[in-house]
Write a protein that binds this ligand. Structure first.
Ligand SMILES: [Zn+2]
Length: 122
């Protein structure tokens, strides 16, 4: 076989410290995600991404799969610092809300569950 080192897809210069998403958020940086297959590029704010992703993840890893081709295979990530001219112009995919899907409550074992739709006050 003789396969030498398998280079990590996101290999970086060894002298450069690993920059995390949290680090980029601290500096209010823009995470520009580009899919070279679809030629699609989306700007996110690091401050938005840390709310839904692990803040300790390397900042240059693709945050999501490409929504068009469904893979992160062709995605490259650039970290940018907003320029003065970006304000009011640069389009950012903002996090508009986080929908939580699970709801929990204590019920006696064996009690039949009904949907919690009506929240009438009694
Ligand atoms: Zn794509």
């Amino acid at each position: 076989m003789g396969s030498p080192e398998q280079y990590s897809k996101y290999h970086r210069h060894p002298a450069k410290p690993v920059s995390t998403l949290q680090h980029a958020a601290n500096y209010a940086q823009i995470i520009a995600v580009n899919c070279s297959l679809c030629r699609r590029s989306i700007n996110y704010l690091a401050t938005d991404l840390v709310q839904v992703l692990n803040p300790a993840r390397p900042v240059d890893g693709p945050p999501f799969s490409c929504s068009r081709c469904g893979t992160a295979e062709y995605i490259s990530v650039k970290v940018k610092t907003p320029a003065a001219g970006d304000y009011g112009h640069l389009v950012i995919r903002r996090l508009l809300g986080i929908r939580s899907v699970s709801e929990w409550g204590n019920r006696p074992l064996g009690e039949e569950m009904r949907k919690n739709n009506s929240r009438g006050r009694k």
